[in-house]
Design a protein around this ligand. Structure first.
Ligand code: FES
Length: 121
């Protein structure tokens, strides 16, 4: 018999607990998912960051990418994105944008808020 994993319930502000805060380490990418959306978590200069796991160019898995300060570089074609804003950094003439999500740390958990599709950048 298979049991379905219960859906995490958002708090009053719409944040959903995704992983223990101790699992998110500077310089590393921690995979998570909220409401069916795969995402990655990291810390940069003391701030928690949450963004989409798959590259908006051609769905490269950014978990296999590299981190250079605030940049995540896709392993497929080397496009790079600012993890803080989702803005593409290279190539400069492209318009792709990495979705970023509101994130906070509370009660030892990392919590992410995901709005309806299109509400995040
Ligand atoms: S799939 Fe990421 S740069 Fe092409």
């Amino acid at each position: 018999m298979r049991f379905k994993r219960p859906q995490a319930v958002p708090d009053a502000d719409g944040f959903v607990a995704v992983v223990p805060a101790s699992a998110v380490i500077p310089g590393q990418l921690t995979p998570a998912a909220v409401q069916g959306r795969p995402l990655l978590l990291t810390r940069y200069e003391g701030k928690l960051l949450a963004f989409g796991r798959y590259c908006p160019h051609a769905a490269g898995d950014l978990r296999q990418g590299s981190l250079v300060r605030y940049k995540v570089v896709c392993p497929e074609h080397d496009y790079s994105f600012d993890m803080r804003t989702g803005r593409i950094l290279w190539p400069e003439d492209e318009v792709y944008r990495l979705p970023c999500y509101e994130v906070k740390e509370e009660e030892g958990m990392v919590k992410v808020r995901v709005g309806k599709r299109g509400e995040n950048n």
